[in-house]
Design a binder for this molecule. Structure first.
Ligand SMILES: [Zn+2]
Length: 340
């Protein structure tokens, strides 16, 4: 070896020796690895048991009736799907001020859960808990002349969570962002001896984002007036997001979530750094799904390569579980990778 080269080796940082083959490159990337355990799949359940409704604003995503959902999930569970996040969507059932049909016997989630538990005994089922898909005004709480009534709202939210827990939800996930709802749910679960068998996944840092558009179409939950800025976090905020995490931790949440994620990855990192003992969930929302899909469609990047690069950044920043509509595709990619 020439003296000049020796000097260069001594003086410079040599990085290529750590990445010269695929196994070495994989070792450098373990923190961004994605396995089926890191994925939760959001699904919409409708009243019509034998129907599938394509969602125009989200290419490739549909709402499913109970039996169609069974067909849809069967191959995914075989491919390693470990958990789903369930949303109910109603069309013929009435919407009222009290969101009566959020937990009535006719609610599609209430009806579906016992079947899903029986058909897929290993699958963890989380249920979104909110008033907005079932309330006549489309807001996430109980309204009075003066605005949202917090005490009445969290009482109702806890009742709905309890109803989902009783029919088989492993996880209840309040998405409303009302103060005090985690504590109210935990108290009610405790009173009904469900404290050790049902966990609470809190939509802790949920921002009043521009990326929810297609979801409101999918879940038919658009507010009939006003917006949700009084209870969802301001997009530019940071301190109040950390206070929300502290609030939910102190009220007893089992798991925390940041939603959306692409524009809030700093919040994820800060919450994870502050509460490393809590598994962190991130929700890649409908607008993010469609944005990435459209970018790939217009040839900006290959869908798989671009998406995995983006999701890897969420894992590196501290996400343990990624809630994504891309779950079926990713499970397929993982399966193919292991087959090669
Ligand atoms: Zn809501």
């Amino acid at each position: 070896m020439s003296q000049t080269y020796k000097n260069m080796v001594q003086k410079k940082h040599i990085l290529h020796s750590g990445i010269f083959n695929q196994t070495l490159r994989d070792w450098q990337s373990l923190k961004s690895e994605i396995t089926p355990r890191n994925l939760m799949y959001p699904v919409f359940i409708i009243e019509q048991d034998h129907e599938v409704q394509e969602i125009a604003s989200m290419t490739g995503i549909a709402r499913y009736g109970l039996y169609k959902l069974r067909q849809h999930l069967m191959p995914l569970v075989k491919q390693g799907l470990t958990s789903i996040l369930v949303f109910g969507v109603i069309e013929t059932l009435a919407k009222d001020d009290n969101a009566t049909n959020a937990d009535s016997p006719n609610n599609p989630v209430i009806r579906a859960l016992p079947y899903l538990r029986e058909w897929f005994p290993e699958l963890v089922i989380a249920c979104d808990v909110c008033l907005c898909p079932y309330s006549s005004h489309g807001h996430c709480g109980i309204l009075t002349d003066k605005g949202l009534d917090n005490a009445e709202s969290i009482k109702r939210i806890a009742e709905i969570a309890l109803a989902y827990a009783k029919v088989g939800a492993h996880i209840v996930a309040p998405s409303d962002m009302m103060d005090g709802r985690i504590g109210a749910i935990k108290r009610l679960l405790n009173e009904h001896d469900l404290r050790n068998t049902v966990s609470v996944l809190s939509y802790t840092c949920k921002f009043a984002s521009n990326f929810y558009g297609p979801f409101r179409d999918a879940a038919k939950s658009k507010p009939s007036f006003g917006d949700r800025k009084c209870y969802q976090l301001p997009p530019g905020s940071q301190g109040i997001a950390l206070r929300a995490a502290q609030r939910d931790v102190e009220e007893g949440a089992d798991f925390l979530m940041v939603k959306p994620i692409m524009a809030y990855i700093d919040i994820l990192k800060q919450v994870k750094d502050k509460y490393p003992e809590y598994p962190m969930f991130v929700y890649q929302v409908s607008g993010e799904y469609s944005m990435i899909f459209n970018a790939a469609q217009s040839g900006i990047f290959n869908l798989k390569d671009g998406l995995m690069e983006i999701l890897g950044s969420y894992r590196r920043a501290g996400a343990d579980v990624i809630i994504t509509y891309y779950t079926p595709l990713i499970l397929d990619w993982i399966r193919l990778k292991h087959k090669l």
